[in-house]
Design a binder for this molecule. Sequence first.
Ligand SMILES: [Zn+2]
Length: 398
Amino acid sequence: MQNLVLAEQSKLIDTGYDVCPKCGQKLIKKGYTQSKFHAVFSDHKVGIQKHKCRNPECDWQSTPTTTSVFGTSIHPDLAKLQCSQGAMYSYREAQSNLEKLTVHHRLVNNHNKIKLMTNQVGAVLAKENLKLPAAEECVPRATEVIVQVDGGHIPIKDKDKRSFEVLSAIVYRPENICTIDQHHRKIESKSCAFSAQDDGLATIKTYLFHAALKQGMDKNTVVTALADGALNCWSVILSLVPHCRELICILDWFHIAKKFQNVRGTVEESFQDTLERVKWTLWHGKSEEALSNLKILMTSVTDSSKRKKVAALYNYLSQNQAYLVNYQQREQQNQTYTSQVAESHIESIINARHKKSGKMQWTREGAHKVLQIRGSIASNEWSNGWQEPVLIALGVAA
Ligand SMILES: [Zn+2]
């Protein structure tokens, strides 16, 4: 069927020549040339009209191909499919998935070709994300937005280094958090930004600003920002100060609770009640009291390795004291204080793609490009927004 349709369609292909580009005389038709064309599920040969110059003195003749006429021999829908697969799975898994879909092996879906396409489209998105979003990409003004900035690590096989850091920024409106059931919540609409660039946070700061604009942030918006306490995450968040009315920074309760849980398992049973009380005091916004009690607990622990763990918790909290709030009060007032929506955590984004494929030799540049497509998918922008980056990557659009 596809061959029959293509045969009809190819008659309508305009190769772009009216007159001879060499001497300006009229052209005459000179049969058809067969050229490769890769549709979504199948590969074809398409006949494209050839021309030659009418002038007997002139030797010009055209040798059109799908690539010379369209910029590519790959249908954009296939390129989109390759990118979607390449962003979500390892390139070999993507190849196998596409083989199952088309029920036969296709050279065009070889893992190297999927990698190439994914990288090309990811590179276009990486560049696009640096540009201010257009008005139609932004939702109306928001009185409040929530920002989560997080860091994750992608392992590499480099002898000197074990991993490199990826930063994520997620922006959403509080009204877009929906309750699924007692234990699950979902963010209906969000803008996600990822960067694996080692550029002093410049890229992720720009991406975060643009993601916040897409969610409706302006100079009158109150931004509530959650982070796990890492200095570079605060630095990214603080770059929003000039763009909003107020920035409320909160040490993410999700991470505080996780840290307490880790220490709890290491201290003696007799100390666990004290530790629990410290956490309770912290929950109620009394950070001074919590910290001084934790310090007393720390000095009471005699085992040096156990003391180190309590000390690490103490240092973590005291370094982030400025970002400790009254969590209990915020919960009562239905305000954000934790990033408890699981899908929003960077680990789930990275794990889904970069950690699973242990054999991959990831570079910052490669990961950065793949993450741009993942970000677009996670932001629900890909299903409507894939065309532009795919067409640019294919050379069909400028
Ligand atoms: Zn000519």
